[in-house]
Ligand binder design. Structure first.
Ligand SMILES: *[C@@H]1O[C@H](CO)[C@@H](O)[C@H](O)[C@H]1NC(C)=O
Ligand SMILES: *[C@@H]1O[C@H](CO)[C@@H](O)[C@H](O)[C@H]1NC(C)=O
Length: 215
């Protein structure tokens, strides 16, 4: 009897069969929490292969939930968890094996913290824009790099621990739209991840508008 009921449920809610997606950033354990003080929450992952993240929200965190979330950040899983409504001030981009990583302040990526509007280069003759890296697999001190955010390129933003245009292997940490360019190392480095955290102040928290009114 229970099986018939379960079958009925799965016919009407097929996403349950595949496992449902997560709606809050995932608390994870392991070596990633040793990177720059830890407190990282997983929000986006793409499996080993030759395609980047399927999302197309320019890292705003507004992409609706997709995929079956997995706290194992080297698993063969591709998923995204909406995060725009959470207070965070840093991103951590990593390869699945953590051999590549980059810690970036939100203000280096967006025009203003939490604005979800990207910085664009003032020099339109250049494709890239300059961003400051805090800590990465290449350096323990801050340095500036050039990333890509080009008009009409769904795969952008393209982020790298070095200058994107240098085409160095094993440096690319983020791209979108299931793109295949710059994805040559995703298979050997166990895919790629995006984490967020609130470095300054309390742990990752929700926006005031999300806090339920007192009863
Ligand atoms: C995470 O996934 C990888 C790839 O499938 C696997 O090798 C590893 O054992 C998993 N780790 C844990 C803790 O389950
Ligand atoms: C990166 O560039 C910005 C803007 O030019 C500058 O203010 C900042 O000091 C630079 N950071 C480093 C680490 O060089």
């Amino acid at each position: 009897m229970e099986n018939i009921f379960l079958a009925w449920i799965l016919i009407w809610f097929p996403q349950l069969a595949a496992g449902s997606g997560c709606t809050t950033p995932l608390q994870v354990t392991g070596a990633v929490q040793k990177i720059d003080g830890g407190n990282w929450f997983l929000v986006r992952r793409v499996r080993p292969g030759n395609h980047w993240h399927p999302s197309t929200d320019n890292l705003a965190g507004t992409e609706p939930v997709y995929g079956h979330c997995d706290a194992n950040y080297s698993a063969a899983a591709t998923f995204g968890i909406p995060f725009s409504t959470f207070f965070y001030d840093q991103f951590l981009f990593t390869s699945g094996d953590l051999s590549e990583y980059a810690v970036v302040n939100v203000g280096e990526v967006y025009d203003e913290p939490m604005s979800s509007v990207w910085r664009v280069t003032t020099d339109q003759s250049k494709w890239g824009f300059q961003g400051e890296m805090q800590v990465s697999s290449l350096s323990t001190v801050p340095y500036n790099v050039t990333w890509y955010l080009r008009e009409g390129k769904p795969e952008d933003p393209i982020l790298s621990t070095g200058n994107v245009g240098d085409y160095k292997p094993a440096t690319y940490v983020y791209a979108e739209a299931s793109a295949t360019n710059f994805a040559q190392d995703l298979a050997s480095l166990s895919g790629a991840n995006v984490f967020i955290r609130k470095k300054h102040g309390a742990a990752l928290s929700m926006t005031p508008s999300q806090i339920p009114p007192p009863v």
